[in-house]
Ligand binder design. Structure first.
Ligand code: ADP
Ligand code: MG
Length: 481
């Protein structure tokens, strides 16, 4: 045990989620990622005087969707505020955000960790707009500004300090990304910056109830960096406390190249934003009836499907986790269960065959060529013992993808994969196998009954996978008796 094991990290996140709306938060500019620099702009996102913002209804709907999915209370009356600061990628000189009255309050997310459960409470969710992008590494002399992102709608999800390790942070971010994708509100793509977070870290002696002083690591844009930054920061704070020092409240940058956190320049972290209600935007007033409609239209959520897959379809947790990772996969599995009662076999087929095929061919599930009927037929051929599982996986699946309209039975016949329980055919092979292995036959007869597996394998090989296992097994046992 080291000194570090006597401390416990305490972590709270502020997650920024870019919303997948078509237009920006307060004007009609294109909100999609990319585009030539400064082409998704207008007088409003450029902050010209005399322009007025107008709220995008989709942004509110997406915020409410997420709030409802997390069990938050929806504030039927919420307000926008101005957060004032100067930066070159913020031409207006202020960011429109929600300070005093955010759209969602409270809620929680359940995390299933390895061997224990963690509930992460949500403090609140508020709506805001993104800033533009300053690019410092393209031109040796100048910083370049791209304002395409200025005004793109964001949700900021603020958690309570309920996380206790880098693994839990990873699980929380993963679950939030999964939920956002299920809800269709964001792709949660961290490489493109659709999801990023500020990580608040403090440490305390194990068993203590009071929190220690915290530092905030700004703008972490990958799960790996989040874990590295937390690891570094926890060690730094423990070292500081152990050497008799104190942690001071600071805003930090994490440098992925060096793996080190460093304080931001004072000017960047001076928090004097002078929030005040935005006079250009009236309060957002929502009808309970509208919120009820949004609730009624929520898609099935990952945790509901996970439960359903385990209880109704009796799948192992491992399968349920993989099948619910993406909504498309979960719905595909549900569709397949409409056509076959062999749920575990259907799960195996998706996890072991269809998913790998999709990644190999870089195809989307919606483009998978084989119908649910034919996939169910494929499973049935195995269940009925007409085609061996290994032959079905090794050869029939590929043929079905090549010729998706042909019935699986027909394809199995044309590939000569149909197993046979024809005793004349089997007896001949069994006799040959036994004759070729007199030593093993003698050992078996002396009591080494496990050798039946060896004989089965040999017969399978000689019959090119066509020997029906039950009949074959009985036949070998009879011959060896
Ligand atoms: P501020 O308004 O100054 O940003 P908040 O109280 O809103 O501060 O907290 C911001 C984030 O910091 C939240 O995610 C919260 O969970 C987290 N946090 C608060 N106290 C601590 C602490 N002692 N250790 C770690 N994280 C903390
Ligand atoms: Mg904050």
């Amino acid at each position: 045990m080291t000194i570090y094991d006597t401390y416990e990290p305490v972590i709270g996140l502020e997650i920024h989620l870019q919303l997948a709306t078509q237009s920006k938060a307060f004007c009609a500019d294109n909100a999609s990622f990319g585009g030539d620099p400064n082409t998704h702009v207008s007088a409003i996102s450029l902050g010209h005087p005399g322009t007025l913002p107008r709220l995008n209804k989709k942004q509110v709907e997406y915020a409410v969707r997420l709030g409802l999915a997390l069990g938050s209370k929806i504030n039927l009356r919420n307000c926008f505020d101005r957060k004032n600061y100067f930066y070159t990628d913020l031409p207006k000189g202020y960011q429109i955000t929600q300070d005093k009255l955010p759209v969602c309050i409270g809620g929680s997310m359940e995390l299933q960790m390895d061997g224990y459960h963690r509930t992460v409470r949500i403090h609140h969710i508020h709506m805001e707009e993104d800033a533009g992008k300053s690019i410092h590494d393209l031109d040796p002399r100048n910083s370049l500004i791209d304002l395409n992102r200025a005004g793109v709608p964001l949700l900021e999800i603020v958690s309570e300090p309920d996380l206790r390790s880098g693994e839990e942070v990873d699980a929380f971010m993963t679950a939030m990304r999964q939920l956002a994708r299920y809800l269709g509100i964001s792709d949660g793509n961290m490489q493109e910056g659709s999801m990023r977070c500020d990580v608040n870290v403090s440490v305390r002696k194990k068993g203590d109830t009071a929190f220690g002083e915290r530092c905030e690591i700004k703008n972490v844009n990958s799960m790996k960096f989040a874990r590295q930054a937390i690891e570094f920061e926890v060690k730094r704070q423990v070292d500081l406390l152990e050497s008799g020092g104190e942690v001071t409240r600071e805003t930090l940058n994490f440098n992925p190249t060096t793996g080190v956190t460093t304080p931001m320049r004072d000017k960047e972290s001076a928090h004097d934003y002078r929030y005040f209600p935005d006079p250009d935007l009236p309060p957002v007033v929502l009808a309970q009836q509208w919120v009820d409609e949004v609730q009624a239209q929520l898609p099935p959520l990952p945790k509901e499907l996970f439960e359903k897959f385990i209880t109704e379809f009796e799948l192992p947790e491992y399968d349920a986790t993989l099948l619910t990772a993406e909504k498309e996969t979960a719905l595909f599995f549900l569709d397949l269960t409409q056509k076959t009662p062999h749920y575990k076999a259907a799960s195996n087929l998706i996890i072991n065959k269809i998913n790998p095929w999709l990644s190999e061919t870089s195809a989307a599930l919606e483009d998978f060529p084989v119908s649910f009927e034919h996939l169910a037929g494929f499973i049935q051929l195995i269940e009925d013992g007409q085609v061996s599982a290994s032959m079905a996986y090794q050869r029939l699946f590929g043929e079905m993808v090549e010729k998706p309209t042909a019935p699986p039975l027909e394809l199995a016949k044309s590939l000569n994969l149909i197993q046979t329980s024809d005793t004349d055919f089997l007896e001949k092979i069994v006799d040959e196998v036994l004759a070729a292995n007199p030593d093993k036959v003698a050992e078996y007869r002396k009591g080494k009954k496990g050798l039946i597996g060896f004989f089965m394998g040999e017969v399978m090989r000689a019959s090119k996978g066509k020997a029906e296992p039950k009949t074959t097994n009985a036949l070998i046992a009879k011959k060896l008796a």
